[in-house]
Design a protein around this ligand. Structure first.
Ligand code: A3P
Ligand code: MG
Ligand code: MG
Length: 392
């Protein structure tokens, strides 16, 4: 077993290690029924807020509870492993292969270039947990990892996630607090009220207004697949992006103006306790957005009973400096160096055949990497992906 201990954070302090701007090279959509469409952008959404902040103008608060009874909610108890990401990588590699064969003919030595070579393949959520671990004593996680063709594939250990969720759902709301399911609905309702299915210029006024009555459905998603580097580790990370500001640039070289949507209880009295709590939230917002190269975050501040009264747009890149100038409850450079060091240990540990568990127990300042299966790749790398790779 390898143990990554972080009782002291000094070793991670100082300037951040090298990082490479995440670049999208593939994407996929889930449709309204949660059917996967690799390399399709059909579920891409466009930002158009429910109201604009105009100085001196008060707009009516937006009710996020409306339509709760008709919420078409996805059952996330199904263990999806890395399947959608692997199907998309396969489709991407097949498309590249076809392109190369058209250009150079069969049997060309370039076929080896088609395989996406990287140290790590995983969901954005997994790296977010590592990136926030140093400063989040509440976080706990279990992941499964395996090495296949020189790449470490990491998935969430789903049985542990279900146990965690059940314990969360059993928590009773505090007096004056809305039930957990309602607060979760507010997040999706805010998304529905803040996006359009096509760029604003192509959408009629009626279509914008009809969002208010649309059934909230969280089955559809657009997920971006990016390449990035943290320290000496190259990663392919996939995660959902909520919407784009304007539209996607024509050139794949240009950064995409993604925007992440969040709802948050509004600050009541700016007390130190409240500010510390909000900085903790900012850590999660920043980590999640930083990893996919999402430059902006729109926070819909709401009343305790779910009415959005103001929307604050944040620049992801500026968040760590803002926090440093505030209560300084976390440090972005430390988080990045911590993640780089952890990934180095992971690369030294997860080698050869077998399955490893990556685990952090809540409150403990260690991440353990222990081998749980001596051979195979568990359920992490699906057979159809292995067969595809054999053909390459
Ligand atoms: P909020 O973030 O506004 O609360 P995301 O912000 O990642 O795009 O997720 C969209 C919404 O999904 C969240 O909106 C929240 O309602 C719900 N959600 C995401 N992660 C969750 C979690 N771990 N537990 C409960 N709900 C979650
Ligand atoms: Mg989202
Ligand atoms: Mg969001």
């Amino acid at each position: 077993m390898a143990v990554f201990a972080f009782h002291q954070l000094e070793p991670f302090a100082g300037k951040s290690t090298t990082i490479r701007r995440p670049r999208e090279f593939a994407y996929f959509s889930y449709d309204d029924e949660h059917v996967l469409h690799p390399l399709s952008d059909e579920s891409l959404s466009y930002y158009y807020p429910p109201f604009f902040n105009t100085p001196g103008v008060r707009h009516p608060p937006v009710d996020l509870s409306a339509g709760f009874q008709t919420f078409k909610q996805r059952d996330d108890n199904v263990d999806e492993h890395l399947d959608a990401l692997l199907d998309t990588l396969q489709a991407h590699e097949e498309r590249e292969l076809e392109r190369l064969q058209c250009e150079h003919g069969e049997g060309d030595g370039r076929l080896e270039h088609v395989r996406v070579k990287t140290d790590v393949v995983t969901w954005r959520g997994m790296v977010t947990k590592i990136l926030t671990a140093a400063f989040d004593d509440f976080n706990e996680f279990e992941m499964n990892a395996t090495c296949f063709q020189g790449t470490i594939f990491i998935e969430e250990n789903h049985s542990n996630k279900t146990a965690q969720k059940n314990s969360q759902n059993n928590q009773r709301p505090r007096p004056g607090q809305a039930p957990q399911e309602m607060m979760q609905y507010w997040g999706y309702k805010f998304e529905t009220l803040s996006v359009l299915p096509r760029p604003w210029a192509e959408v009629s006024r009626d279509a914008i207004e009809s969002r208010e009555h649309a059934i909230v459905n969280n089955h559809a998603q657009y997920c971006s697949v990016v390449r990035t580097n943290i320290g000496t580790t190259s990663l392919v990370i996939a995660g959902e992006v909520d919407c784009v500001l304007g539209s996607k640039p024509r050139s794949p070289e240009d950064p995409i103006p993604w925007l992440e949507l969040k709802t948050s209880a509004d600050l009541q009295d700016n007390s130190p306790r409240e500010l510390v709590k909000f900085e903790r939230k900012l850590l999660r917002y920043w980590a999640q957005s930083f990893l996919l190269g999402v430059p902006s975050i729109a926070v819909g501040f709401r009343t305790p009973d779910g009415f959005v009264t103001r929307i604050l747009e944040l620049s992801t890149q500026k968040i760590p400096t803002q926090v440093k100038q505030g209560r300084w409850t976390w440090d972005g450079n430390v988080s990045i160096n911590f993640t780089a060091a952890f990934l180095d240990l992971l690369k030294r540990t997860v080698t050869g055949d077998g399955v490893w568990r990556i685990r952090r127990v809540k409150g403990q300042k260690v991440i353990e990497i222990l081998k749980v299966e001596e051979s195979g790749t568990g359920n992490i790398v699906k057979d159809s992906f292995k067969k595809h790779r054999e053909r390459l």
